[in-house]
Design a protein around this ligand. Structure first.
Ligand SMILES: [Zn+2]
Length: 160
C-alpha cells in the first residue's frame, strides 16, 4: 500500500484522545455549514470535509445518528450514505478532476478512526503524486482557508 504523506495530520493524531464531543453530532446540530465544513445535507445522512485531510477534497459521509457504524446502518441510511458518496465523486470530478478515489470505513481507533463512535465513510480523491497538490505541506496554519474554499467549490458543484 502506498502511503500518503500528510504532515498536517500530526496535530490531529497527537490530539485525537483529547477531543471532547463528537464533530459529526456538533455539525449535524448546527446550521452553520461553513464553521463545520458541511458540504451537503441529506435526509438521514450528510457530508462534510475532513478537517485533517489526506488529500484536498477529502470528504466524510456520516449518518446523523450517533453510535452506529458500517454494520449498524438501517436500510434508508445504507442507501443514502451510498448515494451521497456517489454524489461526492461527481462533485469532486466536476471541481478537482482527481485521477482516482479511495472509499472506506475506519472502524476502531487502531484502524485510524478519529471518532470511533460515529461511523462515517471516507471519500478520498487521489492524484498521481497527490500530496503535491496540497498547498500546505508542512504548514498546518494554511489549512483552514484552504478548507473553506474547497467547501464552497464542492457545495456549489454538488449534483442537484
Ligand atoms: Zn456523533
Amino acid at each position: 500500500m502506498e502511503r500518503l504523506w500528510a504532515p498536517w495530520r500530526l496535530e490531529y493524531v497527537q490530539n485525537a484522545d483529547k477531543q471532547h464531543g463528537c464533530i459529526f453530532c456538533a455539525a449535524a446540530a448546527s446550521d452553520d455549514d461553513e464553521a463545520h465544513l458541511v458540504v451537503h445535507r441529506g435526509e438521514r445522512a450528510f457530508v462534510l470535509l475532513n478537517k485533517f485531510p489526506y488529500a484536498s477534497g477529502h470528504l466524510l459521509v456520516a449518518p446523523y445518528r450517533h453510535g452506529v457504524n458500517f454494520g449498524d446502518l438501517d436500510e434508508v441510511e445504507i442507501l443514502e450514505v451510498h448515494r451521497l458518496g456517489a454524489q461526492g465523486l461527481d462533485a469532486l470530478k466536476a471541481t478537482y478532476g482527481p485521477e482516482g478515489y479511495n472509499l472506506g470505513w475506519n472502524i476502531g481507533r487502531i484502524a485510524g478512526a478519529g471518532i470511533p463512535d460515529h461511523g462515517h465513510l471516507h471519500v478520498v480523491p487521489r492524484w498521481a503524486g497527490d500530496t503535491n497538490f496540497m498547498p500546505v505541506l508542512g504548514d498546518v496554519r494554511v489549512i483552514p482557508e484552504h478548507l473553506q474554499a474547497t467547501r464552497e467549490r464542492l457545495a456549489g458543484a454538488w449534483p442537484r
